[in-house]
Design a binder for this molecule. Sequence first.
Ligand code: BGC
Length: 247
Amino acid sequence: MTILGIDIGGTGIKGAPVNVKTGKLLAERFRIPTPQPSHPSALADAVGQIAAHFKYRGPAGITFPGIVKNGVVNFATNMAPEWFGTDASAVFAKRLGHPVTVVNDADAAGYAEMRFGAGRDKKGVVLMLTFGTGIGSALFCDGVLIPNTEFGHLKIRGKTAECRASERIREEEDLSFKKWSKRVSEYLADLEPLLSPELFIVGGGISKKADKFLPRLAAMTKVPIEAAILQNNAGIIGAACLAKKPS
Ligand code: BGC
């Protein structure tokens, strides 16, 4: 079955039709910059543009970079404040004219990695972290998602982890991979005793450059650590797979 997956990030919105059985993208993904300010109507237009690009009519799965409960946004530091309390699934469904399921972006990416990527068949506690505009987290126990964890907001040295170690901060502060990896390893060392994970998966925009940081991080971290295999497509794939299917 084909479902349109759309991944809304702080800087870009990307989408593609996905075969939800195999997790494969059925067309080259289409990306547009996230409108600024990211008001609900502007994001709804962007979502409409992506569906129109693929001439897609049908249910969609959409990620959002914040806490999403039953389609309603509760918290999102990197998006316009108008989103708080807004039923995102209703806003997008109205624009597309079809049912829409909205989930947290890291949860979607983690779900895809657990099903088709680095976390496949992994038992026990697995934590996927996405490093992009912010830091997202997705927690799994025996493959089951515990939604809306926000470990990117854990405080380290008086600042949230995402204000010290996101990919955005690495770029803004022009941090070398050596310096950035040190910050991330401090963060992982704080998470490890809280969760006792079997595996950390590093995803998000940074996962394309795994050769530059993974060996360093692995050497500084007690828990096994792997880079996301689906890289930047994980959110699109997870969103499509988590979308409610028509009965
Ligand atoms: C948000 C998370 C999101 C992450 C990555 C954080 O600022 O609070 O919900 O998953 O950014 O986009």
